[in-house]
Design a protein around this ligand. Sequence first.
Ligand SMILES: O=P(O)(O)OC[C@@H](O)[C@H]1O[C@@H](OP(=O)(O)O)[C@@H](O)[C@@H](O)[C@@H]1O
Ligand SMILES: [Mg+2]
Ligand SMILES: [Zn+2]
Length: 177
Amino acid sequence: MKLIILDRDGVINQDSDAYIKSLEEWIPIPGSIEAIAALSKAGWTVAVATNQSGIARGYYPLSVLEAMHARLRERVAEQGGEVGLIVQCPHGPDDGCDCRKPKPGMLRQIGAHYDVSLAGVWFVGDSASDLETALAVDCQPVLVKTGKGERTLAKAALPTGTLIFDDLAAVAARLLT
Ligand SMILES: O=P(O)(O)OC[C@@H](O)[C@H]1O[C@@H](OP(=O)(O)O)[C@@H](O)[C@@H](O)[C@@H]1O
Ligand SMILES: [Mg+2]
Ligand SMILES: [Zn+2]
């Protein structure tokens, strides 16, 4: 099974240090919707694993988060593709949950959902915690320079073997060649 797992904010849509708090603030990164559609039309299953501590912080309700994910599915479907399982962690940093990245609970949930091994599965993120999450379950860490990606690159050495791309469109182009 061709499975790829994406972080959301900073990879699929623009991110903000003030969180993405409304449907209006949910703005796809140029090329990302098309990349997801192209991958899915080529037989890839595209899943999403996203921290959403804004829920626990009371910045936006679950209904707004669900509206954002419905919009994502809508936009990809308009391009003839589809989005697979979207898993979110609504908890805060102090809630001690098992799903908040860099804990790998969401990736494990995706692997179990599709009944596949996560070994070598590309996990595409923009932050260091995404890369850490990938390593925890033997996924292939992939960094994009969108969102917080440039900051992640500048901050510290990346895990050995991390693949680096400008954006999700470049990730898809590599996988589809
Ligand atoms: O990149 P993903 O996982 O899809 O989502 C990240 C968001 O949940 C938010 O995560 C927050 O981190 P804290 O949750 O406050 O540590 C901040 O980094 C925000 O800028 C960001 O929008
Ligand atoms: Mg992110
Ligand atoms: Zn959680």
